[in-house]
Design a protein around this ligand. Structure first.
Ligand code: GLN
Length: 487
């Protein structure tokens, strides 16, 4: 493997600031890596010339001593983030020729801090999915695949595959019900979903507005801290953006976790969870205990309702958000004799099956006869789920859970939507409660596939979350690189 690709984000930024390497050299190494790993299908669009231009500018800033915290660092962007004058499709046919005239706040924050954009990364269509298989442009392959091609997880499958395959130093993702944490677990990398409101949603293609949250996918916890430092921040353009400042996460990494209380929720260790995952989950509990934490059994009694609640609220909001794709305002349009026919043709041709399924479920649960029975009920149960977390965080500082019930599965293996939805069983509750969660890799299962565990913190305690995640990362010492990575 090229020496450039061996550096993680933190290592690369130190080497850049010490002028041991240049951003143009580093960016070229990543452009090569993207070419070498193109069969994985992680990138929808590679912006090599633009990246080199940005890298050049970064090198000048480093020379002049005006470098930002991410100066010269080449990253990939999930195709849910609008990028000015650069095609943004949300992996959907209906947006196949959409060139935004604006830049999302989160990506703008990254460019302001000096990051270099390599290109746009594949995801499930409108971020709806857990396997990246609903992407209009086809599958992404998990770089850990052995004989058969495996799913990288979803919906941020392209982001996770690219970071694991060393074709991006880090990537942005969005997480509505697990789309950062689950693919990170499947690809053996770190994925952080911040508190709802921590990162602005402005300029991110909307899926489910009360749940969507941007976050980083990275090789290490320190890299996640560096990325989130730049991505987060109050934004007047997003009315749900939180005006709560976040301290520099890097200063919390190496604090002791002695005396911290880690809750082990009993609802997260029931049926259907793989033996290998249980084994690493138990090791993780022990590692935290050996690091001085106190392990406390806890209960989040409404956990079993999280999936049904999520699969009412998320489609309801999606059906409303996706009403804007009408052939008039954005993207594709199919001409027809009447206006209604034009809508039907445009939306019928433009959306894939999973998106149509969500629009139908969402429209149904919001319809006047069923609103109280489904949508309103789901909102009430969501409140109970949120209260579970509020109650438990009166007694413990963090929660430790598995990230997923299984490791990566083969592409095409989960045909039925309900089986697919079960993937999110451990990630959805934190999304409904709006609290931050991180998945970190802790080992390989008996088939050689990565296992992730999830840490969850109280709202706005990203500093503490980073600290305990870093502690666990040191204990697990997972530093394996998949066979599918760029050499
Ligand atoms: N897999 C979940 C879904 O399909 C979560 C997706 C996400 O977090 N964007 O809705």
């Amino acid at each position: 493997m090229s020496d450039f690709l061996k550096l993680d984000l933190l290592g690369a930024s130190i080497a850049l600031k010490n002028k041991e390497i240049s951003s143009v050299e580093l960016t070229n190494a990543y452009i090569n890596a993207i070419e070498k790993t193109s069969s994985l299908g992680a990138y929808l669009d590679v912006q090599a010339d633009y990246a080199l231009e940005m890298a050049n500018r970064s090198d000048k800033k480093i020379q002049q001593g005006t470098a930002g915290p991410l100066e010269g660092i080449p990253i990939g962007v999930k195709d849910m983030f609008c990028t000015k004058n650069i095609k943004t499709t949300a992996s959907s046919k209906i947006l196949e020729n959409f060139y935004p005239t604006y830049e999302s706040t989160v990506t703008q924050n990254l460019w302001n801090d000096g990051a270099v954009m390599l290109g746009k990364l594949s995801c499930d269509e409108f971020a709806m999915g857990s396997s990246n298989e609903t992407a209009a442009k086809g599958n992404v392959i998990n770089p850990w695949s052995k004989t058969n091609p495996m799913s990288p997880g979803g919906s941020s499958g392209g982001s996770a595959a690219a970071v694991a395959a060393r074709s991006a130093l880090a990537a942005t993702g969005t997480d509505t019900g697990g789309s950062i944490r689950q693919p990170a677990a499947f690809c053996g990398i770190t994925g952080l979903k911040p508190t709802y409101g921590r990162c602005s949603r402005w300029g991110i293609v909307a899926f489910s507005s009360s749940l969507d949250q941007a976050g980083p996918l990275t090789r290490t916890v320190s890299d996640a801290a560096l990325m989130l430092n730049s991505m987060a921040g109050y934004d007047v353009k997003d009315s749900t953006s939180a005006n709560i400042s976040m301290p520099d996460l890097m200063t919390y990494l190496d604090n002791s976790i002695k005396g911290k209380k880690i809750g082990i929720p009993k609802e997260y260790t029931q049926d259907g969870i793989s033996q290998d995952i249980m084994k690493f989950y138990e090791s993780s509990i022990n590692w935290l205990k050996d690091s001085g934490a106190e392990i406390v059994p806890v209960s989040l009694p409404h956990t079993k309702y999280a999936l049904p609640v999520y699969y009412i609220i998320a489609p309801a909001e999606a059906s409303s958000n996706l009403a804007r794709y009408d052939g008039v305002r954005y993207g594709a349009r199919n001409e027809a004799a009447t206006l209604d026919e034009m809508y039907e043709l445009t939306r019928g041709n433009g959306f894939g099956d999973e998106v149509k399924r969500r629009i139908m479920i969402g429209t149904y649960v919001l319809s006047s006869g069923y609103y109280d029975a489904y949508y309103l009920k789901a909102q009430k149960v969501r409140r109970l789920i949120k209260e579970d977390f509020e109650n438990v965080f009166k007694n413990v500082d963090y929660l430790l859970t598995p990230s997923t019930p299984t490791t990566a599965f083969e592409l095409g293996q989960k045909q039925d939507p309900l089986t697919m939805y079960l993937n999110d069983i451990f990630t959805v509750p934190a999304s409904l409660a709006g609290v931050p969660g991180i998945s970190i890799p802790v080992g390989l299962d008996s088939s050689g596939l990565p296992v992730g565990v999830q840490l969850i913190a109280n709202s706005f305690d990203e500093p503490g979350l980073i600290n305990v995640a870093r502690t666990l990362e040191k204990c697990a010492d997972f530093n394996l690189i998949p066979d599918g990575a760029a050499k």
